[in-house]
Structure formats: structure tokens, C-alpha cells
Design a protein around this ligand. Sequence first.
Ligand code: HEC
Length: 329
Amino acid sequence: MSSTRKSKIIRLLAGCTIALALGSRSPASQGMGAGYFPNIPLITHEGEEVLFYDDLVAGRTVAINFIFTSCPDSCPAETAKLVRVQEELGDRVGKDIFMYSISIDPEYDTPEVLKAYRKKFSIKPGWTFLTGEEDDIIFLRKKLGLYMEEIQNEDNDHNLTFIVGNDRTGKWIKRSPFDNPKVLANLIGFDLFGGQIFRKNAKSYANAPAAPDFTKGDYLFRTRCESCHTIGGGETRLGPDLIGVVERRDPKWLFRWLKEPDKMLEEGDPTAIELFRRYQEIAMPNLRLEDQEIDALIEHMRNESLRIRGRLASNAKRDRESIGSQRGR
Ligand code: HEC
């Protein structure tokens, strides 16, 4: 990668910001945002030309975030989280909630690049990726209050933010990027609808079980890992299922992997390369975990694997016994 490209990426990271902007189903002319939001032209990942306010926001509930496809850690982690939010909202996305990801690196992120990125993350309809003119997009971010001057340090430890809002009521809220997808889905699909909800698809978040007592590792896993991994849930997310991973991998390898997966990939660690190839070339992000956090996560993955294996074994035993008793009849 050229050094100008590299420094551009570092600059972009400061602005890789997530906004969820929520409008309503009222006609465009009634939207409070008509005079406020810039009606900048954008191009969708399908190559279609649209206007930001008229075509994307007016009369709709929308979720907007800013990304760039060559972003190493934070954008994939956030995209993965939004994939889960989309899953939670189900078929309401594309009907009464629309999701948009706008590139802050439009020069590189052509419609074709965005289309490929969308495909890589298995993003479903109702969530459009957009590019446009760099100056227009900067202007839009400023208007949304999501433009940050180049505040970043060596760690690319930039300040990601979600904004949720409602175009009709003018209610906009910034959220932490570490919010649980269920909480975000609830905020988007319920709170910002003034608590009115179309119940038909409400099961997943309305009936979410009360939070149990989390251990540190459990809490970290839910907030930092769960958007890409399950433990014993099969291969349903972007990354591998982590059941048994603590036994499967060398402890030193695992610890280092959780600390700096990006470095291991860069250095050409064979397992890292093999995994990267197997998982759509989506890199596991460096989540900047502290050593104690890594210990807690490893403990959690070990315990959770044991618990699930125990449950599977007792189910299998029960099934065997019930087959046995049927035979005996
Ligand atoms: C943005 C998605 C994403 C997030 C968030 C994420 N991972 Fe990963 N993880 C991956 C992908 C993808 C891989 C496969 C390797 C690759 O492609 O680089 C992976 C690989 C792994 C592996 C290696 C699995 C194996 O079979 O050896 C472990 C362990 C792991 N992740 C643990 C975690 C933990 C713990 C967290 C949270 C602290 C986490 N991951 C957060 C995407 C993610």
C-alpha cells in the first residue's frame, strides 16, 4: 500500500463514524428535516443516482452510518454489529426502516467496490451502500454532527458514534458503538417509533430475556465479539463458531490472536492466513483488549464450551433413552 494511501486511511479512521438517523413515514413535505439536511447527490452500490434527503430520508425511517471499505478494524466490527441489528429488525428493514452506509472514501469506494463489500458481509435488501463527491459527503457529516477533525492517535483509537434519530420528531440520539444489537434494534424499531410498533415481527427484541448476571468475560463477549461469533451456534456469523477453540488452539497462539490478530496476519502466521482465506477475507479486528480482558474472554469461551457440550451430551443421552424405551415397548 502506498504511503499516501496509508496516511489517507489513518485520516479517514478519525471520521469512520456511525449515525443512525430515523425518519418517519410522513410525506416528504412534512418532514422536519427538509430544510435542514443537505439534499446532496449520491450513487448507490447499484449505480443509481439519488438525492440524500428527497430519496433516502424524507418520509422514511432510516439508519445511516459512515464507513470506508478499506478500514481495517472498527468499520468491519461496526458493519458486523449492524448486520445483527438488521437481523433483529427482520423484514421491517426495507419496509419501514431503511439502512444506509455512506462512504467517506468515495474516491476508492466506487459503486462496484461497495457492491462487493456488501456481498462479503452478506447484507440483505433494505440496506444500501452509497458513494458520491467527497466535499458533499464532508458537508453531510458536518450537518449530521458527525464530522470530526483529525483527532486520532497512533492506535487509530478514534471516536466511533452512533446517532439515532427521528426525522419527523427531530429526535436524534448518539449511541456508543459498543451497544448490544438488540438494544439498538429496540431503539430503532420501538423507541423512535414513539413506542408504537408493528408487532408482527417484534418477537426478537420485545421478548428479549432479562439480562442475567454477566461475568466480565461474558459481558465482553456479548459486547465485543457476538456480532461476529457464536459459541455452539454453528456457522451463522461472519467469523467461526468458537466452541472448543480454547482446547483446539495453542494457548500462546490464542492469547496473541486476541491481542493483535492484525499483526499476526501481517507477519504471515499460517493459521491466521488460513482463517482469513476461509472467512471471505474479512479480517478479525484488533479490538485493543487489555491482557486481563483477554484472560476473561478465554475463561468465558472455555466455560461456555463446556456448558454447551454438557447440554448437548445430556440431550443426546435423553434421546438415546427415549429411543431405547420406544424400542422396548
Ligand atoms: C468484525 C467481526 C469480528 C469480531 C467483532 C470479532 N471477530 Fe473473531 N474472528 C473474525 C473472523 C472473520 C475470524 C476468522 C479469521 C479471519 O478472517 O481473520 C475470526 C477468528 C477468531 C478466532 C480464531 C478461531 C479459530 O478457529 O481459531 C478467535 C478465537 C476469535 N475470532 C475470537 C474473537 C473474540 C474473543 C472476539 C471479541 C473480543 C472476536 N473474535 C471479535 C471476526 C470477528
